[in-house]
Design a protein around this ligand. Structure first.
Ligand code: CA
Length: 227
């Protein structure tokens, strides 16, 4: 899952990033309204956290309106300062899906994000299943055929991303941007190596079961049974 934070207060943005990364999100931060708008219209984000008061040529409300005008329906959670009574109305009218008053607790923010994702078609709840593979994204547990599997943090993140997009062919570049936060030091070969680790743990360890990790030659990878 990919999250965009549009927030000029670096301390708040950093704290949100840390918390969300612990929940397997790949997180990008931008600090002003104009770059926020440019980034938020990228439909590749699963959710946007948008501060209302931003430096730049417009406020958060306007960013939100423009994102919707661009036909992008990514869930938007708006952050707003305490005491501005009209904020809720403005925020929701501008097309935000929810709003949160500062200061807020990280726990509350995470719950709100989860609720928004649950409403979106992407949402699959805390347990994602594919055939006899079962992943609990909140407890970090992976099982196949009832047997617990040990995955590294990166392998887990990779598997969750593939599961959220099961049945779709994902390019190595797309996988790098979602699973490695687009880290420029990560090369396509790294993805191949990790796909190999994953395949070994979830497929090769179960030779009498259908293989779930598929290589789509020349394109990338897909999770799901063949055919
Ligand atoms: Ca601000």
């Amino acid at each position: 899952m990919r999250l965009l934070i549009v927030e000029d207060e670096t301390r708040i943005a950093g704290a949100i990033k840390t918390a969300m990364e612990m929940h397997n999100f790949a997180v990008d931060i931008v600090g002003d309204a104009d770059s926020g708008l440019a980034a938020a219209i990228d439909p590749d984000y699963d959710i946007v956290i948008l501060d209302r008061m931003l430096p730049g040529s417009m406020e958060g409300d306007e960013v939100c309106i423009k994102v919707r005008e661009a036909g992008v329906h990514t869930p938007i959670l708006m952050l707003t300062a305490r005491g501005e009574v009209d904020d809720k109305v403005h925020g929701l009218r501008s097309g935000a899906d929810d709003y949160l008053v500062k200061p807020f607790s990280m726990k509350e923010l995470i719950v709100r994000v989860q609720v928004l994702l649950r409403r979106s078609p992407l949402s699959l709840g805390p347990i994602i299943k594919l055939e006899d593979l079962e992943v609990d994204v909140e407890q970090f547990v992976v099982r196949r055929g009832g047997k617990n599997l040990k995955l590294s943090a990166r392998e887990f993140k990779l598997l969750v991303y593939l599961l959220y997009n099961k049945g779709q062919t994902l390019s190595k570049d797309k996988i790098i941007s979602h699973v490695w936060d687009g880290d420029s030091l990560v090369v396509p070969n790294t993805v191949e190596v990790y796909m190999g680790y994953l395949r070994k743990k979830i497929d090769k360890a179960f030779p009498d079961k259908p293989a779930l990790v598929q290589t789509v030659h020349g394109f990338g990878y897909r999770l799901g049974k063949t055919g």
